[in-house]
Design a binder for this molecule. Structure first.
Ligand code: TXA
Ligand code: MG
Length: 313
């Protein structure tokens, strides 16, 4: 069995597996991660191989609390402290120069490292038992849809990876990534909104362009189903939809679809359901997936970012 019910025994086994250089999937509040020992280069390589992830795509190191950041980075200043005080444990990854002894491999060859303290009891218990940072990308094959349930991880890796089951993820999309190396810069939109960040660190830049190279994991095509996927305005869905299409809608109700998935009209609830819905849409043998474009209102930025990337060519 690869999906484990989380108990004190399976948590201990998982931490022993990490200590032996193994790979373990664990839940966080955002998505499931594929964890390994940050300081074990072979374990890090195993994660890249399992995901078929380009080696220049850096991983996030997870910590138990603020006291662990000095194991990993330099340059932790007052602004970082304020961000961590406000948002940790939680979905914010902070990028800073890495310490010399942190393997370059764990940082995609960069001399910086992204650090976050996850807000999930299973992730925190695992960190407490392991007593060291755990590097973990989302537990999906490179470019595919991130997993928000243990079952999704099992599907991604054909049962090859131990998964600690922590139920469905509360947030459903990944953490916000902010670089604090120079000017505070949001590299990836995520579960913590722009306004929340700027309320703590004013004059934060937002770098979400597909052209940016500061964060290779933000490639334009990402989070993508295998079925061709389009993002359309509500008014265009009726024309484009046929009996072989799956639609993921908020308000629109086309008559002809093969399968319809109704989404909530609240950004947080939508985010929580998004990846499971994309997987469902991908599983019904449709020729295309049509997604109704949600409003561009504040609070929807991260959802829109993910939808654009999952539809990109
Ligand atoms: O919510 C999350 O962050 C999840 C859970 C498991 O914690 N993890 C996650 O990891 O989404 P991953 O590897 O799928 O995405 C990490 C993102 C990528 O966009 C990567 O480019 C960026 O973080 N990143 C990591 N280290 C970085 C660094 N040193 N500099 C710039 N960007 C970095
Ligand atoms: Mg990912």
């Amino acid at each position: 069995m690869t999906i484990c019910r989380t108990t004190p025994k399976t948590l201990l086994e998982a931490s022993n597996q990490l200590r032996a250089g193994g790979v373990v999937s664990f839940p966080t509040e955002t998505v499931y991660g594929l964890g390994c020992d940050t300081f074990n280069q072979e374990a890090v390589s195993a994660v890249y191989a399992l995901k078929s992830r380009p080696k220049n795509n850096p991983m996030i190191a997870h910590v138990l609390d603020i006291s662990w950041v000095n194991k990993l980075c330099t340059g932790w200043d007052d602004k970082c402290e304020q961000l961590a005080q406000q948002f940790w444990p939680g979905p914010l990854a902070i990028v800073l120069p890495k310490k010399e002894n942190v393997p370059l491999a764990a940082c995609g060859g960069f001399n910086t490292i992204a650090i976050r303290c996850p807000n999930h009891p299973v992730a925190l218990k695992l960190l407490e038992l392991f007593e060291a940072p755990i590097s973990a990308p989302s537990a999906n094959k490179y470019g595919h849809i991130s997993p928000t349930k243990a079952q999704h991880v099992e599907e991604e890796f054909d049962g090859l990876v131990t998964v600690l089951d922590g139920g469905p993820c509360e947030k459903g999309i990944e953490s916000t990534v902010i670089s604090m190396v120079n000017t505070p810069t949001i590299l990836r939109l995520g579960s913590i909104g722009i306004e929340e960040i700027t309320s703590v660190v004013k004059d934060t830049e937002i770098l979400t362009s597909s052209l940016q190279t500061n964060s290779p994991g933000t490639a334009m095509r990402h989070y993508a189903p295998n079925t061709p996927t389009k993002l359309l305005h509500k008014k265009d869905i009726g024309d484009m939809c046929d009996k072989k299409s799956v639609v993921i809608v908020i308000e629109s109700m086309p008559h002809k679809a093969k399968h319809t998935i109704k989404m909530p009209n609240d950004a947080g609830d939508y985010a929580k359901k998004l990846y499971a819905s994309l997987r469902e849409a991908d599983s019904v043998g449709a020729t295309q997936i049509i997604i109704e474009k949600p409003t561009c209102a504040p609070g929807w930025e991260a959802v829109l970012d993910r939808l654009q990337r999952c539809c990109a060519e």
